[in-house]
Design a binder for this molecule. Structure first.
Ligand code: GLN
Length: 485
């Protein structure tokens, strides 16, 4: 009997009834981790000596899970998938992981990501590319690539992720699972390697909405080590999932969903958008009202550039502590500047270096107002636009990306001008710190596609409940790639 492909509640039930032990679950999960490693390269580290936990009333107790490798874990290699930290073993554990451990959760692996979370392909980690378990010629998207691959392959029911632009929600979409990032600050970022602090969120990848609620309920909480965290003890996400959604209101953005916005639309993009429109009809059958709204195209077209400017600027500043003196292998040279140069030159991948060049450029005194401050102004316009929508609607519903997982060929890092806003709109969720969840919405050419719901800050329970109701009628709950055969 396999358990790791089941929901958290089902696994908990089996543990309580004594049908399986925590030790057996760990064995199953480790075996599957090694199999997936051969096939998809999802892990930086597999924790073969993971210890069983006592099974209590806590629904997470004794159940294995995975941790993205940018969460600090005491005594366990934590690389951020970067050569700069290839042998870094932290002396403390991230608060979100400590919280899961307090619930009796058992970590069995640290998962591969794009280096320090920068990237959307799952191909830039120092241990190699992550392949999609549904089709190993395809990418998982990034940066939480290994977490998505492992949850989709049924290695464990959930894994942690982080999301600065879409890094939980895009890989979840490409791997046919659920990806949820809660409101900014609901989960402490203490111990999460910083990428762009004003955009970084912790969150979870699971195979159904209820599991996402359960996991984030355990991860969240105010933390004295993260001053942006807030007290959410009055919120219980899992128990808010009533499925009652009659009278809720959603909107979708015409400029992103209308095929006429894409003069060179591929057959796949057409199918993706048609699939989304069909889904809207099903959603309406729940008694949910859906309206089309219009958003200024110039603003939507600016989205990707705003993200690049702000995220690169913050990343450049955050990562200036990676000098090779405090963390990582020390560089060679006659003096400290040469040693630092040597370390950074040898160990950062080209993608990161490009981003540091952009970040340094936009932060330079002469350029700061023109680029960085202007990007902040446009960020504000985007956030205001979405907040105005949330005055009238419970959430914005949109398709994720322009279709299913892309091929692992040379063209993966290049954005097409026409589809850029469709590929990048999830970033608004980071600009505003909005709760945002991606759920599976069918298949194109046998590969999963997804939709996203994004709502107002602090309205997580409502957004999740709507996602829960939609998930129930769409019928792609708890799906796995079945190993991708
Ligand atoms: N794809 C985006 C990037 O390249 C998002 C990454 C993220 O959310 N960490 O930065």
């Amino acid at each position: 009997m396999e358990y790791m492909n089941k929901s958290i509640e089902e696994i908990h039930e089996a543990l309580k009834k004594g049908k399986v032990t925590s030790k057996e679950l760990i064995q199953e999960s480790l075996k599957k981790s090694h199999e997936l490693q051969e096939k998809c390269n999802a892990f930086v580290t597999i924790l073969d000596d993971a210890k069983e936990q006592e099974v209590t009333e806590d629904v997470l107790s004794g159940i294995p899970y995975g941790i993205k490798d940018n969460y600090s874990t005491k005594g366990i290699l934590s690389t951020g998938s970067s050569n700069t930290l290839k042998d870094y073993i932290p002396f403390f554990t991230a608060t979100a992981i400590e919280n899961l451990e307090r619930h009796g959760a058992v970590a069995v692996g640290k998962t591969v990501m794009d280096e320090f979370g920068m990237g959307g392909t799952g191909t830039t980690g120092h241990t190699g590319i992550v392949k999609n378990p549904w089709d190993t010629t395809r990418m998982c998207a990034g940066s939480s690539a290994g977490s998505a691959a492992a949850v989709a392959a049924g290695v464990f029911p959930y894994a942690t992720g982080s999301d600065t632009g879409d890094s939980i929600r895009k890989p979840a979409a490409y791997c046919g699972i659920v990806g949820y990032k809660p409101t900014y600050g609901m989960i402490s970022r203490y111990g999460l390697f910083p990428f762009a602090s004003s955009l970084d969120h912790c969150g979870a990848l699971t195979r159904n909405v209820k599991d996402a609620a359960i996991v984030v309920d355990a991860m969240k909480g105010k933390d004295k080590y993260d001053m942006t965290s807030w007290d959410s003890s009055n919120i219980n996400l899992a128990s808010s999932l009533t499925g009652e959604v009659k009278g809720k209101k959603l909107c979708y953005i015409k400029e992103l969903c209308d095929i006429s916005s894409y003069p060179n639309a591929s057959a796949t993009l057409k199918e993706h958008l048609e699939n989304f429109v069909n889904t809207l009809e099903k959603v309406k059958s729940l008694g949910i009202e859906i309206e089309e709204v219009s958003v200024d195209k110039t603003l939507l077209n600016a989205l990707a550039s705003v993200y690049v400017v702000i995220s690169c600027a913050e990343a450049t500043s955050n990562m200036s502590n990676l000098t090779g003196f405090i963390f990582g292998p020390r560089g060679e040279g006659e003096n400290y500047i040469d040693m630092m140069k040597d370390y950074r030159t040898k160990n950062f991948s080209p993608l990161i270096k490009r981003r540091f060049v952009i970040g340094s450029y936009v932060l330079q005194k002469e350029n700061k107002d023109r680029y960085f401050h202007n990007a902040q102004r446009v960020r504000r316009l985007l956030v205001d636009t979405w907040n105005q929508l949330f005055e009238k609607y419970d959430a914005v519903i949109l398709p994720v990306g322009s279709g299913p997982a892309k091929h692992l060929d040379g063209s993966i890092d290049i954005l097409d001008k026409d589809t850029a806003p469709l590929e990048e709109h999830l970033q608004v969720g980071n600009f505003g710190g909005f709760p945002s969840i991606t759920i599976p919405d069918g298949f194109i050419d046998g590969l999963p596609v997804a939709l996203n719901l994004t709502g107002a800050c602090y309205d997580d329970a409502n957004v999740l409940n709507i996602a829960y109701a939609i998930e129930n009628i769409l019928g792609y709950k708890n799906q796995t790639s079945k190993g991708g055969e």
